[in-house]
Design a protein around this ligand. Structure first.
Ligand SMILES: Cc1cc2nc3c(=O)[nH]c(=O)nc-3n(C[C@H](O)[C@H](O)[C@H](O)COP(=O)(O)OP(=O)(O)OC[C@H]3O[C@@H](n4cnc5c(N)ncnc54)[C@H](O)[C@@H]3O)c2cc1C
Length: 237
């Protein structure tokens, strides 16, 4: 890419770390390209119909980058079926071949090999857990707290991983003391940059209820879609 080129990203529809991550990456890529290679194009080939903080990202993209970022959803043939790394091409399910100057593929993911070896993963490749303790649902005495877990509606985020780690630690102490685990409640907050001075966020609260994890009704949400510049301002700390 000299003064311009095409940055193509393919995004899986299976569970992956940090749901807004690919879109924040596209935003930061657009900021760089707009500044340094303004004739460039960013093409997001998505295997999903919707994505995290979609309205906020799209509003920011339009305001900051015009039509530089094009998002193609699964129902518009965004799902990539084949990638040729050497040729830098991505072919969609309906056979459209996209040639890239830079190709970034977010592939389907799974828990690490150490989890397979411990026998805690299931057929999805992720780890089923008891939502009130984060003890493995398959192997008693093993606690799994991070991205490896199946913990919907919580996302795979660092914020959630630390919350789950604390719940697991309390549950282990309760188990050692022979008492019941404390009620489990979890918070997630995730900030994304659309541009260096343009921040957006999503938050959610989750709890263990009636044998499963559930979102707390009326809690959380996204930052306002029509927020002014002072509200959106991102600050390095
Ligand atoms: C691009 C991107 C942006 C993100 N942004 C955010 C954000 O803004 N906010 C947020 O909250 N989260 C964010 N996340 C998600 C966050 O990084 C993860 O949710 C978090 O790191 C999960 O922690 P973890 O401990 O489960 O896994 P990891 O951080 O992946 O840690 C697992 C560790 O285990 C080690 N390991 C693996 N196998 C073995 C083995 N066999 N033996 C020994 N060690 C092993 C690995 O090397 C690694 O260090 C982002 C993720 C990505 C990819």
């Amino acid at each position: 890419m000299t003064d311009g080129g095409t940055f193509v990203m393919s995004i899986t529809d299976s569970a992956y770390r940090c749901p807004p991550g690919p879109y924040e990456r596209a935003s930061m890529g657009a900021h760089y390209l707009k500044t340094n290679k303004p004739r460039s194009k960013i093409l997001l080939l998505d295997s999903k119909e919707t994505f995290s903080k979609q309205g906020l990202f799209r509003q920011g993209w339009e305001a900051l980058y015009g039509d530089m970022i094009e998002w193609i959803s699964a129902d518009n043939d965004g799902k990539v079926a084949k990638v040729e790394a050497g040729a830098l091409t991505a072919e969609t399910a309906f056979g459209v071949n996209h040639k890239a100057d830079v190709l970034n593929v977010v592939v389907p993911q799974k828990a690490g090999w150490i989890a397979d070896r411990a026998g805690v993963t299931n057929e999805t490749g992720w780890v089923p857990v008891k939502g009130n303790t984060f003890e493995s649902a398959r192997v008693p005495g093993i606690y799994v707290a991070g991205d490896a877990t199946i913990a919907a509606p919580m996302p795979k985020s660092g914020f959630c991983a630390t919350a789950r780690g604390k719940v697991a630690a309390v549950a282990i102490i309760a188990d050692l003391a022979g008492t019941e685990p404390a009620p489990a409640s979890f918070v997630n907050t995730c900030y994304s940059l659309v541009g260096p001075d343009w921040g957006i966020s999503v938050a959610g609260i989750c709890y263990f209820d009636g044998g499963k994890l559930a979102g707390r009704a009326g809690s959380g949400g996204i930052s306002p879609i029509g927020a002014d510049a002072a509200f959106r301002e991102a600050e390095a700390v």
